[in-house]
Design a protein. Structure first.
Length: 263
């Protein structure tokens, strides 16, 4: 009887204190009200139906909004995925998926997003926007181009690793200063997105950190873009910790990516 009471207490406690990193998935049906006068703006979306990056989201959202302002663009930040509708997406030139995770779009919202990209809208996807919680074929094929397989854990979860630029002349990589070995949580993938037609902009030198045998890729991409869409789509696996968004090189890359995606 005593064991049953303890089990019931633990269950009650777990229900009362759910893991904030794993919120229950929700699908938004009522679109948010947008500020008046938005035109060619930057939409910052951090909707979470997968792992929620509590540590960096408030800071990274503020940094991205500041970058947009410095580029002369207004921004609107939301966690309401119902903003993915034709009427509201027309106010934006770029969507920044700020660790938006999980299957967070309804089929209608995903279709609106696809039309936005097909019409020339830009996408800058960051960190968890490329993890394996995204399963919709259009999203996987257009935004990611490969499958997330994991990252080192335990004491090796956060390590410094050397970034190697593959296309130094591409606008997204303009002004990045080398050598650059940021500390981050390094994602591995099932294969290079280049196999699906993506163009790799930067790689990780795997000899500079400990990926572990199961996560070793050899050719290990970390930033890439999709040249096969009318809208410009770029993905960066960097950015787990809030400090990443204070790194001068990473701020430059995000700035370049938004500018480039907005044409």
């Amino acid at each position: 009887m005593k064991r049953l009471l303890i089990l019931a207490a633990l269950l009650t406690c777990s229900q009362a204190n759910p893991d904030p990193h794993r919120p229950a998935p929700t699908y938004d049906k009522v679109a948010p009200a947008l500020p008046t006068g938005l035109k060619g703006a930057v939409l910052i979306v951090s909707k979470t139906n997968g792992w929620r990056h509590l540590e960096h989201l408030p800071h990274s959202t503020a940094v991205i909004a500041d970058i947009a302002k410095r580029l002369g663009k207004r921004s609107f930040a939301t966690e309401n995925a119902a903003v993915f509708n034709d009427a509201q997406l027309r106010h934006f030139s770029v969507v920044v998926l700020n660790s938006a995770s999980g299957d967070f779009l309804t089929p209608d919202q995903r279709d609106a997003f696809a039309r936005f990209v097909a019409a020339g809208g830009g996408v800058v996807a960051l960190h968890a926007a490329g993890d394996n919680s995204h399963v919709a074929p259009w999203y996987v094929d257009t935004i990611i181009g490969t499958q997330f397989t994991g990252h080192p854990g335990g004491e090796d979860q956060f390590q410094k690793a050397k970034i190697v630029i593959a296309e130094p002349k591409h606008p997204v990589m303009s002004g990045v200063k080398l050598p650059w070995s940021p500390r981050d949580e390094w994602y591995s993938f099932s294969g290079s997105p280049a196999a699906k037609g993506m163009r790799v902009l930067a790689r990780i030198d795997e000899t500079s950190y400990r990926p572990g045998a199961k996560l070793t890729m050899g050719d290990h991409p970390v930033i890439w873009y999709n040249p096969n869409t009318r809208g410009r789509v770029v993905y960066s696996a960097l950015g787990h910790d809030p400090e990443a968004y204070d790194d001068a090189n990473y701020r430059r890359i995000i700035t370049n990516a938004i500018r480039w995606a907005a044409r």
